[in-house]
Each structure stands twice: as structure tokens, then as C-alpha cells.
Design a protein around this ligand. Structure first.
Ligand code: APR
Length: 256
């Protein structure tokens, strides 16, 4: 039994929902020791602000710096394992229809066994050409090659010889349209939306729970700290992903 006590009204929402959409952000992976986006960086990268590195401007100014930072992040994620929250989402999908939409560029939902319907902000593991967008699979993109150096020259696209860039969405860039369409459909098609581990500051991802609420769909938010969304949601569970999601799952009977 979970130590976190769930209100009966919240338990009923979890029990009765047939289609659950889970919208996750960086806090989902915090208990897997992947630092959230707005955590201060430690060690080598502590003097850099992630919100400044994750920009087209930073890439134009110094591609080798940005590439090295993403290689470092990819290597960090490679060493991470899913936490009890990721596991609970995967198990929930064995009992009900669960659509996972994430802002995270890690693969911890997949490692736990979930199918991810939309990686809204791309993936650390899908580099592509910065010019012709050809996916890049060369070994130069292997995170294990990341050095302690703060500059690693990005590989070159075999087709057009332009630099290969991280396959992520930077501030100011549009979201992949297909992923966005699937996410928006899931937000208003489900009968319960669970938003977990996001500061709800970055749009358009932050509009997904707002769309669900506007459509009359209940929204449960899980976060140890209140966010701008917390006062609007149907229920706010002030706890971590690794505690709150298993606590909800306890109320979802196995299928069949
Ligand atoms: N469980 C759940 N939530 C947690 C946990 C935890 N264990 N630890 C921290 N959090 C919460 C924090 O309280 C915060 O609200 O996770 C949130 C993390 O916020 P951000 O780092 O801003 O992450 P996110 O909302 O996913 O950021 C959105 O910004 O730069 C971009 O593309 C990047 O996808 C990222 C986007």
C-alpha cells in the first residue's frame, strides 16, 4: 500500500477512466536522477543556463558547445533507469487505454515499456541534419564519445555536409506537427488527463491540460510544488511522480 493517501474522489476518477492521457515533463524523470530543466546544472556545465543553450541562437553562435552539452545529457540519460512513476504508467496501460505525451527528450517511458504517442520536444537519441533534416545514425552521434571537453564538433551530414544537430525542439522552434496533433487529440479525447512533473510554463505543451479542462475532462496534476496550473486543475496531488502515480494505480483494477 502507498503511504500517500488519495482522496476518494481522486481514486474514483482513476478507477473509472477508460482512456487516460498522461502528459509528463522533466519532473517525471527527476527520481531517475535526470536533472529537471530548471535545476541548476552541476559540475562541468554549472556556469551554463540550459534555457540559453537550448536555443537556435546558441547553436548558430557555437554549435560545438551545444553539441557537447547534448552529448553529455544523452550520456547521463543512458545511465538512468525508469522510476516507479514510469513503471506505474506502463502498468496502467496494461489495464486501460493510456496515451503518453511527453515533453521529455529522454527514453525512460519507453524503457519502462510504454509506447510514447508524442515526444513533443523531440529526442536526445534522434540527431538529424541541421540543413536537410536527414536523420543521422553515424557513430559520431554516440553519446559514449562525449568527452569532458566543453566543445565537441558535431558530425557532418553524409548527404549535404552540413552539421548534424540534436533532434530536439529548441525555444522558439515549432513543435513537430504530427506529434502535436496526436497530443492535442489525446488531450480532449480522453476521459482523464494526468499532468505530471512539468512546470506548465512552456507553451504550447502547457495548453494541453487547459484544453482538457475547457472540454470538461477532469485533470489530476502531480507535482511536489504548485504550478500556474495547480489552482485550475480538478485535483492537485502535491507529491512526486514516483509516489503519486503508483498511488493512483492502486485504484485501477486489472483489466478483464
Ligand atoms: N516528481 C514530479 N514533479 C517533479 C519532481 C518529481 N520527483 N521533481 C521536480 N518536479 C517538478 C518541478 O516542481 C517542476 O514543476 O517538475 C517540474 C520541472 O519543470 P521544468 O524543469 O521546467 O520541466 P518542464 O516543465 O518539462 O520543462 C518544459 O522546457 O526547456 C524546455 O524543452 C524543455 O521540455 C522542457 C520544457
Amino acid at each position: 500500500m502507498s503511504e500517500f493517501s488519495i482522496d476518494p474522489a481522486v481514486a474514483a476518477l482513476a478507477r473509472d477512466a477508460f482512456w487516460v492521457t498522461v502528459c509528463s515533463g522533466a519532473g517525471m524523470s527527476a527520481e531517475s536522477n535526470v536533472p529537471t530543466f530548471r535545476d541548476a546544472e552541476t559540475g562541468l556545465w554549472e556556469r551554463f543556463d540550459p534555457t540559453e543553450l537550448a536555443t537556435p541562437e546558441a547553436w548558430s553562435a557555437d554549435p560545438a558547445l551545444v553539441w557537447a552539452w547534448y552529448q553529455w545529457r544523452a550520456r547521463l540519460v543512458r545511465g538512468a533507469r525508469p522510476n516507479a512513476g514510469h513503471d506505474a504508467v506502463a502498468e496502467w496501460a496494461r489495464r486501460r487505454t493510456v496515451t503518453v505525451v511527453t515533453q521529455n527528450v529522454d527514453d525512460l517511458h519507453e524503457q519502462a515499456g510504454s509506447e510514447v504517442t508524442a515526444h513533443l520536444h523531440g529526442s536526445l537519441f534522434a540527431p538529424r541534419c541541421s540543413n536537410c533534416w536527414l536523420p543521422y545514425s553515424g557513430t559520431d552521434a554516440d553519446p559514449d564519445r562525449a568527452t569532458e571537453d566543453l566543445h565537441v564538433e558535431p558530425p557532418t551530414c553524409p548527404r549535404c555536409l552540413s552539421p548534424v544537430r540534436p533532434g530536439v525542439v529548441w525555444f522558439g522552434e515549432p513543435l513537430p506537427p504530427d506529434a502535436w496533433d496526436r497530443a492535442a487529440d489525446a488531450a480532449v479525447g480522453c476521459d482523464l488527463l494526468v499532468v505530471v512533473g512539468t512546470s506548465n510554463l512552456v507553451y504550447p505543451a502547457a495548453s494541453l491540460p487547459e484544453r482538457a479542462l475547457a472540454a470538461g475532462i477532469p485533470v489530476i496534476e502531480i507535482n511536489p510544488d504548485p504550478t500556474p496550473l495547480s489552482s485550475a486543475v480538478t485535483h492537485f496531488l502535491q507529491t512526486t511522480a514516483g509516489i503519486g502515480l503508483p498511488a493512483l494505480l492502486e485504484h485501477v483494477p486489472p483489466a478483464g
